[in-house]
Design a protein around this ligand. Structure first.
Ligand SMILES: NC(=O)c1ccc[n+]([C@@H]2O[C@H](COP(=O)([O-])OP(=O)(O)OC[C@H]3O[C@@H](n4cnc5c(N)ncnc54)[C@H](O)[C@@H]3O)[C@@H](O)[C@H]2O)c1
Length: 266
């Protein structure tokens, strides 16, 4: 029995699951009969959020590599399978310095390495389930530079590159790996800058709009796609411009050696 799409009885893990996107996503998945496990930092508030949503809560700091594996093992032990991993935990920087390297490393640790560790942990479980989905919450800041938060842009850009690099290798296992790249959305992460948007009349997404795109990425995502989500636009796969190809001495377009290509293009 494979659950490559959100059907009743599927099991989903959502990191950073008690935050704005995680809560909206959980509501939509629960409506479809999906068993949802919310993994987040330990607090009374976070445990209460999960209980109110009818979801299980597990403690996870995504920067702890071994803890990511332990959480996936717990999900498989308690629910028998894992069908989708939403690697969604994230923080933004708040420093006013041009470059605050301590903060940069903190943000990259959560927003990029957390995704790498989550992927490492989820892949074998998804294979054992006969396939499934990994949906990474990146950001528009991964496609477009963010002058006020370089660590965030690097982490999210890295997450997009990670998804695009790995996704073709996972297709043969029936695993669809995608990224979502929302613009600014109304969750706690924009609390420090919400006033700026309001003063400027700048539209922000609702968490529900983003959650719809997350469900869509599981249900029908194209491997390696990075879905941009913007107010008034909806979710669209970002069109990456190709890079210039190398030329041989005779001016022919050089072809990348087979061993360096994804299996499907060898
Ligand atoms: N809201 C936006 O404007 C926006 C836009 C684009 C992308 N994103 C991304 O969406 C994701 C979800 O954010 P949100 O908007 O729901 O904000 P949020 O602050 O409501 O949720 C983030 C969640 O991540 C959790 N978290 C933080 N550090 C963690 C760690 N080390 N281990 C485990 N959990 C941790 C927090 O406890 C929180 O529940 C983040 O990756 C964020 O970068 C947000």
């Amino acid at each position: 029995m494979t659950h490559a799409i959100p059907t009743p009885g599927s099991v989903a893990l959502v990191t950073g699951g008690t935050g704005g996107f995680g809560r909206a996503l959980t509501t939509k998945l629960r409506e479809r009969g999906v068993t949802v496990v919310l993994a987040d930092l330990d607090s009374e508030r976070n445990r209460g959020v999960a209980a109110d949503l009818g979801a299980q809560f597990v403690v996870l700091d995504v920067t702890d590599r071994a803890a990511n594996r332990a959480v996936v093992a717990q999900v498989e032990a308690e629910h028998g399978r894992l069908d989708a991993a939403f690697l969604n935990a994230g923080i933004a920087g708040s420093s006013r310095d041009v470059l605050d390297v301590d903060e940069f490393l903190r943000v990259v640790g959560v927003d990029l390495l957390g995704v790498v560790y989550g992927t490492e942990a989820a892949m074998p479980a998804l294979r054992r389930a006969g396939g499934g989905a990994i949906v990474v919450t990146a950001s528009l800041a991964g496609l477009s530079p963010m002058a006020t938060d370089p660590g965030y842009s690097v982490a999210k850009g890295g997450a997009v590159a990670f998804v695009r690099s790995l996704a073709p290798r996972l297709v043969e296992d029936g695993i669809t790996m995608t990224a979502i790249c929302p613009g600014f959305a109304d969750t706690a992460i924009i609390d420090p800058i919400r006033g700026e948007f309001e003063a400027a009349g700048f539209p922000v997404l609702t968490a529900e709009e983003v959650a719809d795109a997350m469900v869509g990425a599981w249900a029908s995502g194209e491997p390696g796609a990075a879905y941009v989500i913007q107010p008034g636009v909806g979710a669209l796969p970002y069109k990456f411009k190709g890079v210039p190809s190398a030329k041989t001495a005779s001016g022919e377009t050089a072809v990348v050696p087979p061993a360096l290509r994804p299996p499907s293009l060898r």
